[in-house]
Design a protein around this ligand. Structure first.
Ligand SMILES: Cc1cc2nc3c(=O)[nH]c(=O)nc-3n(C[C@H](O)[C@H](O)[C@H](O)COP(=O)(O)O)c2cc1C
Length: 296
């Protein structure tokens, strides 16, 4: 390990050829070099809002047209063809208020292996992703259409992040992958136990700090970036990450208030996770996860 570290810390001077491992720290140490691509910073630059960017202004303005407003009001309202929807249980009671939940929330990585109840899972899911109000959008022709508003804010009300759940240990539920359908307040089955196994195999928990094998459920934040990028361009990708974080925090607060424990988990191998979920990883991709369980 020490020889690896020693190689890795070498700067590209006097010669790039002498460097075997290019750690992220080495990249930082050599920002003055143009030899390393900088995709993350290029994304920041590409997603800046600029004055008089007519393409972006036109794209945003087009969303005020009646056809777009009507289309948005119907998004996610389409019947789930062929799916046997599972209605969510009534939400379980939260034991703590907002201030107490904010103060006591901590990442929990060890669990008892006890199943969580369906009403507890329902409470977490609803706090993160449910429809909380029916709003009204005015049309230019004088009419109006209903719009479903959710527990977390969303840029342009486009809701690019879906909440899926991998059920591991939930009372009276089979292991499987479920998609939460906010409009119906129900789960749509997406995959069976084999999908769960593949998903869990894509999580790197080898250091043992996260007891995945005792967890009860994994919240999966699955994004469709073009929902917001069609309107906002690359900046829409910022909104995807922002909104996944907002949903995750709502889930954390509900978990804490229920007396459960959760941790954000980013150590998933994207290609393997997306394969397990049967999504292409670009137009639809897993952007974040939160592992939930009964604390020890
Ligand atoms: C985006 C994000 C990703 C995270 N990924 C992991 C992870 O993969 N494994 C882990 O054990 N904790 C993960 N965490 C949890 C942080 O380590 C934790 O929030 C931090 O140490 C602060 O502790 P607290 O949450 O108890 O306040 C993540 C947190 C965030 C916000």
């Amino acid at each position: 390990m020490s020889s690896v570290a020693s190689t890795a810390r070498r700067t590209i001077s006097p010669g790039l050829a002498g460097v075997g491992l290019r750690t992220h720290a080495l990249r930082l140490d050599n920002l003055s070099s143009d030899r390393f691509p900088r995709p993350a910073e290029e994304f920041l630059l590409a997603s800046r809002l600029r004055r008089c960017d007519r393409e972006t202004l036109l794209s945003i303005a087009s969303y005020a047209a009646d056809a777009e407003v009507v289309s948005r009001s119907r998004t996610d309202r389409e019947p789930q063809a062929g799916a046997d929807l599972l209605p969510l249980a009534e939400s379980g009671p939260l034991e703590a208020g907002l201030t107490a939940a904010l103060a006591s929330r901590r990442s929990v990585r060890t669990w008892s292996g006890e199943p969580v109840r369906q009403d507890e899972l329902a409470a977490v899911v609803r706090h993160a992703a449910s429809v909380s109000a029916e709003g009204v959008a005015d049309l230019m022709d004088g009419g109006s259409v209903p719009v479903a508003l959710r527990a977390t804010p969303s840029a342009g009300g486009l809701y690019p992040v879906q909440l899926w759940v991998a059920v591991l240990r939930v009372a009276d539920m089979e292991p499987g992958v479920l998609r939460y359908v906010p409009d119906r307040d129900a789960f749509a089955p997406h995959g069976g136990p084999e999908a769960v196994d593949s998903l869990l195999a894509s999580f790197d928990v080898q250091d043992g700090t996260v007891e995945l094998d005792r967890a009860a459920a994994v919240l999966l934040f699955v994004a469709r970036p073009w929902r917001t990028m069609r309107k906002y361009g690359p900046r829409g990708m910022r909104f995807v990450f922002h909104e996944a974080g907002a949903m995750a925090q709502n889930a954390h607060l509900a978990v804490t208030a229920l007396g459960l424990g959760a941790v954000d988990f980013s150590g998933f191998y994207d290609d393997e996770s997306n394969n397990a979920l049967d999504i292409d990883g670009v137009h639809e991709c897993l952007v974040h996860t939160v592992i939930v369980g009964t604390p020890r």
